[in-house]
Design a protein around this ligand. Sequence first.
Ligand SMILES: Nc1ncnc2c1ncn2[C@@H]1O[C@H](COP(=O)(O)OP(=O)(O)OP(=O)(O)O)[C@@H](O)[C@H]1O
Ligand SMILES: [Mg+2]
Length: 249
Amino acid sequence: MLSVKSLSRSFGGVAAVDNVTFDVKQGHVHAVIGPNGAGKTTLFNLITGVYEPSSGQVVLDKADVTGMPPEALAQRGMCRTFQNLQICMNMTACENVMLGAHLHSNPSLWSGFLGWTRTADRKLEEKAHELMDFVGVGSARGAHATQLSFGVLKRLEIARALAANPRLLLLDEPAAGLNDSETHAVGELIRKIAASGTTVLLVEHDMKMVMSISDHIVVLDQGKKLAEGTAHQVRSNPDVVAAYLGADE
Ligand SMILES: Nc1ncnc2c1ncn2[C@@H]1O[C@H](COP(=O)(O)OP(=O)(O)OP(=O)(O)O)[C@@H](O)[C@H]1O
Ligand SMILES: [Mg+2]
């Protein structure tokens, strides 16, 4: 459903993403892994239209969507979460999820929509409640964002991205800052999202989770694709072990 073709982006002479090519298959869980600074978030920013690539193409459902703004991509079914928490702390949990139905990828605009959410219609609210149940934070329905734990807020972000009905969901470090059991539970949630028909592409440092939930893994190192394949293929690739996995073990 998504093809990334020879995608590159440099910042001041540094190739953050360097000629990266891979495909994302519908219904699968795909992961992008690599050390800090490998270019994972930049790759997400190129795919989701936050940055324009220096060269290369992003093809979504056979259409060239390279350089399209995040809002246009969201309308075509591509939504994302960000590496840093992007929850509006002056809103309720439910209002945060409802925002996702209207605003997909531009966090700087969210605060301007406070007025809108106050008068949002009941259908949106019902959908937000369903999504909160789906991601496992149904008990936070009436809560204000400031009352919620970090783990609940991370799930709330996923619910907000799902509120836009994505067919492809990109998650940048969904388990960052979570403990082992929370990480395991988010892994199960990601499999549940894929099983419900939404294809997932995630960036994640937690190798246990990545290896257990991903159908396909792309390994980046210094902007370049070092390897790709199943968890087994990637884990047994000597280049990957030397550049990355070896350092963790
Ligand atoms: N807006 C920017 N301006 C200049 N340099 C940037 C910018 N965004 C990213 N970079 C550089 O690009 C490289 C890749 O960064 P990126 O954030 O994509 O890495 P990452 O793999 O997501 O790392 P992490 O695991 O720490 O999140 C780094 O050298 C970073 O400093
Ligand atoms: Mg990153």
